[in-house]
Structure formats: C-alpha cells, structure tokens
Design a protein around this ligand. Structure first.
Ligand code: FAD
Ligand code: UDP
Length: 401
C-alpha cells in the first residue's frame, strides 16, 4: 500500500493499539508491518496439533489496575474470569517440619508469592503461624514486602525467614532466569513477586484480571480489523525503511507521517553502538494423553531443575478437552542475536540503560519516528503497561493532527 498516513512496525500490543487508535480516532490510513506470520506479538496464541490452545511465546495472563486500559481492550474481547495462582514445587529439605502427608515423591509445595500459608507449609502449622504473626507485627502498615527489603531486617528470626525465602524461592530461580543473583539484577524485578503479608494466594492483586474469552489472537484480529488499517504479515520493515540525516524513507520515498516502531532499538540502527543485552527463552512443549498434569496454571521450580516453571494452558484458558493436555517448560539463557532467537527480556542495569539511551537519542533525530513497546523502550513492561503507553502516545499524535 503506497498511500498511507502512518506506518506501524510490529503487530503486538504496542503496534495494534497504536494502529487502531490512529485509524479509528484519527482517520489515518495505517500500514502495519509485522515480521512474523501472525499478529499479537508475544501474546499470540493458537491451537496446537492436539487442539489445545497454547501461548507460543510463554504464558500470558492479563491483569491491570488501569481502568482505561481495561475498557479499551474490552472493546475487542470478552473476558474469562481467571485469577492466576502459582505454587512452588521444591525438594523437601526438612522432613521433620514438613509432614509427609503434604508431600509427593519427596517434594513439597507452597503458594508463590510466599505468603502466610507458605510460611505454614515451610515451617509447620504452629511455628509458621507464629512466624507469620511476627512478620505482620514487623510490617504493620504493609500488605507485602520485597525479598531485598526483608533481608535488611536486623531481627534474627525475621532474618532467618528472609534467608529461607531467599533460598527456597528466589536465588535459584533468579539464577536460572537471569544467570545472576537477586542482588545483581534490577530490584524492580524481584519486587514483582513480593512476600505477601496475607494468605491471598493470587499471583496478581490487580483490580481487573482475566483471560480473553476466545484467546489473545482473536482480540488482536478484531483490533486490527478496520477499514483504515492494512496489515502485511511476514514483512521485515527494516528492509523497506531507510533512516538517514533526520529523514525517513519508506520503499525509497520520503515519508513524513508518523512511524511507530515497536521492534529492537539497536536493530533499527544496525547495532551501531553495540548490541543491547537480552535474555531469551527456549520453550519445551509436551502434549500428554491425560486430562490434567498439575494442580495450578503455573508451577515454579524454585530450587532445582534446569527450567524455571511449567505452565499447563488448560488451567488458564478453561478449555474443556478430555484426555489431552499440553504443558510447557521455560528454559532461560542469554540472547545471542542468532537467527530465529527472540529477545524476551531486557536486562535492566545502568550500563545497558546508558547504551539504550544512545539509541534513543539517535531516534530523537527523526521528528516523525516514535519508539514504543517493550523492545523499543528496553523495559520490563507487562501487557497493560504497553497498552497504556500506546494510548498515551496516540493521544499526543491525535492532538497534533
Ligand atoms: P511484542 O509483543 O514483542 O511485539 C513486537 C512485534 O514487533 C513482534 O511481533 C515482532 O515480530 C515485531 N517486529 C519487530 N521488529 C520488526 C521489524 N523489523 N519488522 C516488522 N515487525 C517487527 N505480560 C503480562 O501482562 N502478563 C503476563 O502474564 C505476561 N507474561 C509474559 C511471559 C513471557 C515469557 C514474556 C516474554 C512476556 C510476558 N508478558 C506478560 C509481557 C508481554 O509479552 C509484553 O508486555 C507484550 O507482549 C509487549 O508488547 P509489544 O507490542 O511491546 O512487543
Ligand atoms: N522470581 C523468583 N522466584 C519465583 C518467581 C519469581 O525468584 O518463584 C523472581 C525472578 O527473578 C523473576 C522475577 O522474580 O525473574 C519476576 O517474576 P515474574 O513471575 O514476574 O516473571 P515473568 O513472568 O515476567 O517471567
């Protein structure tokens, strides 16, 4: 399509929301270019060969406190009531405390985030209740406390709790996920999964949470289904985009409308300052001939194993499919930039942020180029945060007219 007023690169949350707003509220003709053969970015879902609805790029659960985001997405999907609950599965290291009745094959389980019930599972009913009360007394005005904050507490008993949680929830999982300890990574990362000062077993406490009733992909298809939007799949925009001396050329011609780019910032500028570091994931899918594999949507292997977690999709989607289920293990490793690898997680630290800032400054040379999204902004954003950013950016663009 030659005649377009705006170009959007990427059809994940950032791209799809931005495209829809410009098309619908701004009357712009929008060309969306997506490198993959499908829309939805990392939130894409599809049935596997056994007919189980899976998330190809890792388990996605929608949650937000932002009413505007929830209302906006609700125009394109109905929701399934779903509150994500996660348990840790770990070796039982203290048979005296953790009664055999609560274990299977020498392993035991407790809710994650670690909460007052986890405390009882770990330390026994009576002692766990006493230690739980001690925590409540230590942090009377908080509903949760981060592991790094808890580790600062000088009280010996609380320090012992902190050590336990650090060892049994955080350090090994974090090493598997990041190749670094909780102290070495951005503190905001472990703060995503705090120690809960209640027995609430939910992973997220947001006001709005659930799963798109028909899945994520239909929601994206609906969002992008607008007469002013053209989506081209299997299109690497960087083959058609040329950035030089503050001007954007597309298919060889000067393009002056907004260009919203949601891919990697370093790739946009041919890695000229060096590569931004990321973690990637390998996913191990297994389809099993049984109704159900595990008790929860996600089970975290917080101490052992070479994968971080196992997700069983049927719990998330509510799909009824007797006799078959699909599970997925996540293996994390450094992103190398090899063909086909996907950069899933930015590695946030001062050095990488400084490198990113150079790319950001480069992008700022182009008055009609906008970096938007988890990759383009080099941030650890959830789906709702990206949606909010896309709404804010398009608010500004629509004001400009
Ligand atoms: P993306 O989804 O990455 O989309 C960017 C798109 O741009 C991609 O489709 C890519 O192919 C395309 N693209 C890039 N470069 C080009 C190019 N040159 N030309 C054309 N197209 C290009 N968030 C939650 O809220 N809840 C969860 O439970 C959750 N779970 C997650 C689990 C995992 C394992 C991961 C990795 C993330 C999870 N997230 C979750 C975060 C969520 O995936 C992101 O917030 C969201 O997908 C980001 O949307 P985006 O549009 O910024 O990026
Ligand atoms: N984390 C952990 N143990 C857990 C769950 C999380 O150590 O059982 C830490 C780990 O560093 C992880 C971070 O908390 O990367 C954030 O976890 P979250 O589940 O939010 O990660 P995501 O779903 O984004 O991969």
């Amino acid at each position: 399509m030659k005649l377009c007023d705006a170009i959007v690169i990427g059809a994940g949350y950032a791209g799809a929301v931005a495209a829809r707003r410009l098309a619908e509220d701004g009357g712009r003709r929008v060309l969306v270019l997506e490198r993959r053969p499908h829309v939805g970015g990392n939130a894409y879902d599809c049935p596997d060969e056994a007919g189980v609805l899976i998330h190809l790029y890792g388990p996605h659960i929608f949650h937000t406190n932002d009413r505007r985001v929830f209302d906006y997405l609700s125009r394109f999907t109905k929701w399934r009531r779903y509150q994500h609950c996660v348990i840790a599965n770990l070796p039982r290291d203290n048979p005296e405390v953790v009664p055999a009745g609560k274990t299977t094959d020498g392993r035991f389980f407790f809710p994650v985030p670690f909460n007052l019930d986890s405390m009882k599972a770990a330390f026994g009913e009576k002692e766990g209740a006493r230690l739980g009360q001690k925590l409540l007394d230590a942090y009377p005005a908080q509903s949760q406390v981060t592991i790094l904050e808890l580790r600062q507490n000088p009280d010996p008993e609380i320090a012992a709790i902190a050590d336990y949680v650090y060892e049994h929830v955080f350090v090994h999982y974090t090493m598997k996920q990041w190749g670094q300890t909780p102290e070495e990574i951005d503190p905001a990362t472990t703060a995503r999964v705090p120690v809960r000062l209640s027995a609430d077993p939910r992973y997220f406490l947001d006001a709005y949470q659930g799963m798109p009733l028909e899945g994520y992909t239909p929601m994206f298809e609906k969002m992008l289904d607008h007469p002013n939007i053209t989506v081209e799949l299997g299109q690497d925009a960087l083959r058609r985009l040329d950035l030089a001396d503050g001007t954007v050329r597309f298919d060889g011609e000067l393009f002056q409308g907004p260009v919203i780019y949601t891919g990697q910032a370093d790739e946009l500028f041919s890695f000229r300052f060096g590569r931004l570091p990321y973690r990637t994931l390998d996913f191990g899918f297994e389809t099993l001939e049984r109704d159900c594999f595990q008790t929860h949507g996600t089970v975290n292997y917080t101490v052992d194993g070479d994968f971080t977690r196992i997700t069983e999709f049927k719990h998330l989607t509510g799909q009824v499919l007797p006799g078959v289920t699909t599970i997925m293990k996540e293996y994390s490793r450094a992103y190398s930039g090899a063909e086909g690898e996907i950069p899933y997680y930015a590695i946030i630290n001062p050095e990488n942020n400084a490198l990113y800032a150079r790319y950001r400054a480069e992008a700022a040379q182009y008055r009609n180029l906008y970096l938007l999204g988890r990759l383009a902004e080099y941030k650890y954003y959830n789906m709702d945060a990206i949606t909010a950013k896309a709404l804010e950016l398009t608010d500004r663009l629509l004001e400009k007219k």
